[in-house]
Write a protein that binds this ligand. Structure first.
Ligand code: AMP
Length: 268
């Protein structure tokens, strides 16, 4: 039905064209002037596999000129540098289990002392446990940490079928890295890249059984964190069943609303 849609990102989770429209470096700084009219503060962005969380995080990074803090990236960087922390985390990460809270918390604490977080930051993959959430809340309540604002959490949600289609329909060109989706953004010729005619392939983990397992892990891990921020009145959902621009608008509306509410609460 969408065969005639343009190659530009069609649905949020397809992440089509992400490599050429968005900077994939999570610590990147914006090239366009950042929007200084809104102080985002600490933002926890949540989203199931395939929902387009990475794309939305990068849009916020660019728009507000704030960094994205991904504990997965920080851990991988430590591993690559061979630090003590990296060595401790290495074996745990290779099994897919969670690294102990104390290790991750300390790493985040150090990151939050850097100057680029002063207007806010996008938290990616942290907090992942209730202990981490409590540690984060207590830490940033200390006036040493800027900006002096509490965490607000936005979860991008899309239907199970939509996510499944995005993941299992994804095809990638090994030559130019273009990403297609056989359901929503197919190539002109089945299995062949439009750009240079190279064959398209499917990532080995883009299958239904792997997707089901990843969804289960995601739900188990995020449930306590969502419950925590929901109970504090600092959680909202954004509809991810739309195109990238509409999801972005929904995410921003949730951020404005939550930030207004949280600011009123702390009497700032
Ligand atoms: P990610 O890139 O976010 O999927 O993280 C990769 C791996 O790093 C995870 O499977 C965990 O082993 C570890 N990790 C990342 N963030 C955390 C966290 N907040 N708490 C515990 N372990 C984490």
């Amino acid at each position: 039905m969408t065969a005639s849609l343009p190659r530009a990102a069609v649905f949020a989770g397809d992440e089509v064209g992400r490599h050429d429209t968005l900077n994939s470096n999570s610590a990147s700084h914006p090239t366009a002037p950042a929007d200084n009219s809104f102080l985002p503060g600490p933002v926890l962005l949540l989203g199931a596999p395939g929902v387009g969380k990475g794309t939305q995080a990068q849009l916020l990074v660019t728009k507000y000129g704030i960094p994205q803090i991904s504990t997965g990236d920080l851990l991988r960087a430590n591993k690559a540098r061979g630090t003590e922390l990296g060595l401790k985390a290495q074996s745990i990460m290779s099994t897919g289990q969670l690294v102990p809270d104390a290790i991750v918390n300390e790493m985040v604490l150090n990151r939050l002392r850097e100057k680029d977080v002063e207007r806010g930051y996008i938290l990616d993959g942290y907090p992942r446990t209730l202990e981490q959430a409590k540690f984060l809340d207590e830490t940033i309540a200390d006036p040493e940490f800027l900006p002096r604002l509490p965490v607000i959490a936005v979860s991008i949600v899309a239907s199970y079928d939509q996510l499944l289609q995005r993941i299992t329909g994804r095809r990638i060109c090994a030559t130019c890295k273009s990403i297609y989706n056989i359901y929503t953004n197919p190539p002109k010729v089945d299995g062949i890249c439009d750009c240079e005619g190279a064959p398209l392939s499917q990532r080995s983990d883009d299958t239904e059984p792997v997707f089901i397992q990843r969804m289960k892990t995601f739900e188990e891990q995020t449930a306590p964190v969502i419950a925590h921020y929901r109970a504090l009145g600092r959680f909202e959902e954004a509809d991810g069943n739309q195109d990238v621009e509409a999801v972005s608008a929904a995410v921003e509306a949730a951020l404005f609303h939550l930030r207004q509410q949280a600011t009123r609460e702390v009497g700032a």
